[in-house]
Each structure stands twice: as structure tokens, then as C-alpha cells.
Design a binder for this molecule. Structure first.
Ligand code: SF4
Length: 335
């Protein structure tokens, strides 16, 4: 009999599998997702008979990383390998107020963005819900995680069902109970899946923009051909914002490429009068590319100009560069 991994199941699915009492399913889910038990027989307050039957059909399923590297700035990069041999990386970022896990949704990626090492690595497959959750639950720091961002390897909305279900489990009361305010999915833009995600979850979303101009983005970001960013921005603008959700765009700034005055005006025109926040990011040069990041002063100048135009803007600093854990560099060490 093939056993089912409990990690990846909702409380309802555990209930169905255990076939006993709903309260038992909730207790099992709480124990699994909050205490990260690795032995079903150790779950308290459940009849031994129920545990024995469950053990015959299932196993906890949380697994640890196979390697890790720590940056001088405290950022840690983990390497995971699932039972199908797919490899994927996860990044832990710590600051005074929060501990964030940056998770992967795919092994590799097929979106082909030119500024990203993961795109160069190619596509090795979608990650299961278990693979996604284990990146939060299987690391030594899982007990202190406050935020989860889907900004690791892969395009989350190329694996929408698993990402959506993982978000729902991460935020469930019987799950790790991470607030939906603290879960963010980053996308290069796949409109139908974004629409569905916005309807079915309250989590945050961020669009990786690259250029405010359709023609320019069309030539650089393959996804723009099918799903123009202006449609996604319209979708975000028209969304009735509830207090829980944050909508944002990520803008990687490349010197003399997308950091001109024209681009600044384009960003203002696109975002003015909306509740969409913009995060400005330095570019992390990838192998074989001769482009360089905009200077820190240029990033601050864009931030200032956007803020005085009434647009919420911030500059995100680079972390984990020395272990290739920074944005766009995941999969650097994989073959
Ligand atoms: S930036 Fe994101 S969507 Fe684009 S290739 Fe890299 S991982 Fe894929």
C-alpha cells in the first residue's frame, strides 16, 4: 500500500483519511503543522487505535533540507531534494521584527526571464504541496517564522493549485496559522491564475514588472506576450481592497535600461491614484550578462520621486549575495 503524506493535507482530508472524529483530525493537523511531529504515535489525546490505523495509511511527511549555507549577513540558503530527485532552494531572512521564509514553487522555471538564474537552470517540474510546506516546516527555524513569500524558484502561478492550497494550509487555524497579511505570492504575471488567486485567498500579491511600457516588457519578459502587465495592474486597481491584502509591484532596476526619467514617468502614470505599492530592487548580475544594477542613489531618487507623486514606494536591500541567495540568483549552485 502506498502511504499518504499528511503534510500537504487539509484538516478535512486528514479527517477523511483517519475516518474517526473531526476533533481527532484537528488535533492531528495541529500537531503536524504546529509541533512538526515526525511520529504519528506521539500525537497526544488521540486513541491508540486511531493512531495505529492512521500510521498504516500515512506518514507525517515533513522532511529536512539536504544542505544549507549561511551568509555573512545572517541570511541562510537551504537546498531541498524531494523523493522524485527534484532540487529546489529556500531562503531564510531575519531582521529585528520578522523572520521570513522565501519558498520555491517549482524546481527551476519555464518563464525564461533574462535577469534570473533560475530561468537559465530550466524547468524540472512543479513542487507538490508537501514540497512547498516542508520549506517552512522542515527547517530548523520553523518555529519562529512570521512571514512566507513565494519568491524562490519558479513561477507560482504556473503551479497555481498547489500554491493556493499551500497558502490556505499555511494560514489555517489548525495549520501553522501564519496571518494572510504575512503571506505574499510574487508573479511575473499569469492573469487567469492571478484572478482565481485573488478570488479564493486573502493573501498578498506582487507583480514583477521590469518596465511600465508594454512594448518594452513584450521584448524582454516572455509572459507579457500572453498576459500584459497593464491588464494585471487593472485587475489590481479594480479589486475592492480589504484591509488584509497588500498589492504591490517589484521593480528590478538596471542601469541605463529601465531607470531613465521616461521609466520614472511611466511608473507614475501606471501607479498614481492606486493602492499598489512599488518595491524597488537592485539588479543582481547573472552569469553571462553585462548589465549592471542602478546605483543606490538612483534607487533612492526613484523612491523619493514616486513618494512625492503619492505612490507608496520602498527600496529593498540585497541580502545573501555571498551565498547566491539574493533575488534572481537561486539555482546558481545546481546542475
Ligand atoms: S524571475 Fe521568476 S518567473 Fe522569471 S525565470 Fe526567474 S523564477 Fe521564473
Amino acid at each position: 500500500m502506498i502511504k499518504t503524506s499528511l503534510c500537504g493535507l487539509t484538516a478535512d482530508e486528514i479527517d477523511e483519511l483517519a475516518g474517526s472524529d473531526r476533533r481527532h483530525a484537528i488535533a492531528i493537523a495541529n500537531c503536524l503543522y504546529k509541533k512538526k511531529i515526525n511520529d504519528i504515535m506521539l500525537i497526544p489525546d488521540i486513541p491508540v487505535k486511531v493512531k495505529k490505523e492512521l500510521k498504516e495509511k500515512s506518514f507525517p511527511g515533513i522532511y529536512p533540507p539536504v544542505a544549507s549555507k549561511e551568509s555573512t549577513d545572517g541570511t541562510i540558503k537551504f537546498l531541498f531534494r524531494n523523493e522524485r530527485g527534484q532540487e529546489f532552494e529556500t531562503v531564510l531572512l531575519k531582521d529585528k521584527k520578522r523572520t521570513t521564509v522565501c519558498v520555491s514553487s517549482q524546481s527551476g522555471c519555464r518563464m525564461g526571464c533574462p535577469f534570473c538564474v533560475t530561468g537559465q537552470y530550466g524547468f524540472r517540474g512543479n513542487l507538490s504541496i508537501r514540497d512547498i510546506l516542508t520549506q517552512v516546516l522542515g527547517i530548523p527555524h520553523s518555529g519562529v517564522v512570521t512571514h512566507v513569500v513565494f519568491m524562490g524558484m519558479g513561477e507560482p502561478f504556473d503551479n497555481p493549485e498547489n500554491v493556493m492550497k499551500a497558502c490556505n494550509i499555511l494560514s489555517a487555524e489548525w495549520g501553522p496559522a501564519i496571518s494572510v497579511r504575512n503571506i505574499t505570492v510574487s508573479t511575473v504575471g499569469i492573469t487567469p491564475a492571478i484572478r482565481s488567486f485573488l478570488e479564493k485567498t486573502d493573501c498578498n500579491i506582487t507583480l514583477s514588472l521590469y518596465s511600465p511600457f508594454h512594448d518594452e516588457r513584450y521584448l524582454t519578459i516572455p509572459a507579457e506576450k500572453s498576459y500584459p502587465a497593464y491588464e494585471i495592474i487593472d485587475l489590481m486597481k479594480n479589486l475592492q481592497l480589504n484591509k488584509k491584502r497588500r498589492l504591490s509591484v517589484a521593480y528590478i532596476m538596471i542601469s541605463n535600461t529601465n531607470d531613465t526619467e521616461k521609466h520614472l514617468e511611466g511608473l507614475k502614470a501606471l501607479l498614481r491614484g492606486t493602492a499598489i505599492r512599488i518595491n524597488l530592487l537592485p539588479y543582481h548580475r547573472i552569469p553571462g550578462d553585462d548589465k549592471i544594477s542602478s546605483s543606490p542613489e538612483r534607487l533612492q531618487y526613484f523612491k523619493h520621486e514616486l513618494i512625492v507623486s503619492g505612490i507608496s514606494a520602498s527600496v529593498r536591500k540585497s541580502t545573501g549575495l555571498d551565498v547566491s541567495a539574493a533575488c534572481g540568483l537561486l539555482a546558481s549552485g545546481l546542475k
